[in-house]
Design a protein around this ligand. Sequence first.
Ligand SMILES: Nc1ncnc2c1ncn2[C@@H]1O[C@H](COP(=O)(O)OP(=O)(O)OP(=O)(O)O)[C@@H](O)[C@H]1O
Ligand SMILES: [Mg+2]
Length: 328
Amino acid sequence: MSLLELDSVEVTYSRRGRDPVRAVAGASIDLRPGEIMGLVGESGCGKSTLARVAAGLLAPSAGAVRFDGEPIGKLSRRARPRREVKLQMVFQDPYSSLNPRRRIGSQLADAIRINRLLPADQHERRVVELLGHVGLPASALHSYPHQFSGGQRQRLAIARALAAEPTVLVLDEPLSALDASAQAQVANLLLQLCRELKIAMLLISHDLAIVRQIADRISVMYLGLIVETGTTQQIWSEPQHPYTRALIGAIPHADGLGTKPEALPGEVPDPARPPSGCRFHPRCPHTHDRCTTAAPSLIPLAGERTVACWLHVEGGAGPATDTTTTDR
Ligand SMILES: Nc1ncnc2c1ncn2[C@@H]1O[C@H](COP(=O)(O)OP(=O)(O)OP(=O)(O)O)[C@@H](O)[C@H]1O
Ligand SMILES: [Mg+2]
């Protein structure tokens, strides 16, 4: 069963005097209990928008979001039903969730108090436990955010999210503001929290190497749509969508370290004026007539993976050998 389900989600931003942007154009994702799902794609493809919808911070223009089987709506933090505090978000910049002028101990205690999770006399014990979960000493509770390194601050932001005892964390580029060694350490911490505390994570990252290292499954997003989903092993060893192949093919080193999808050839189209048919067709090496006129929907392939590409026939395991594929 899915713990967090995004079903054909659309988000359109209206802009004064300019065309509206359909930043998310009907994307579906399901996150299962205790798994890490990586969400990858080039800059501007709608990852952060989708993350904010997934965390209940932004209402979709169309489609549905379900958490634990129940629809969620956009509500202020305080007005949210209690069960929805189990859905927490971590941002790229830890300062956005930490107050620079308050000691760590009282900020973490606040998160416990706001969610009415424990009586006041147990707050300090729990704060120390939360610091332990993120690998920081108990003495950190007396310090201010600026007294920590970037990696430590991100650990604190994660501890703040953990205070709500989440079953799901949505993390939007949680590592991209960190240096390489802090990235690796925080990535390991996420994996450990997922396994030990059984927290499911939707992990948005530009860095394919890190996603490969810690995600159980990967969804690939292109211009507002999910174009492929599969296990990390499947996506890595047998990418089916030409875009996924291009993303992985753009990695210069065997170990894939530090690779960003920006390395892909061709321009990312303007999401306010997306190409007709398959949105990837102007950059695709396999484009044929149908790709320019009709958008492929996500097709299930063997092994619980899905792909949205005309090169694939329903139930098929790989690219069709000719381009006259079956209509769906
Ligand atoms: N508040 C907004 N108003 C108008 N357009 C927006 C707004 N927020 C995002 N957009 C546009 O929506 C599209 C998707 O943006 P989003 O931030 O979700 O992408 P992203 O995949 O997270 O990119 P990045 O990797 O650079 O963080 C972009 O074209 C962006 O310019
Ligand atoms: Mg973003």
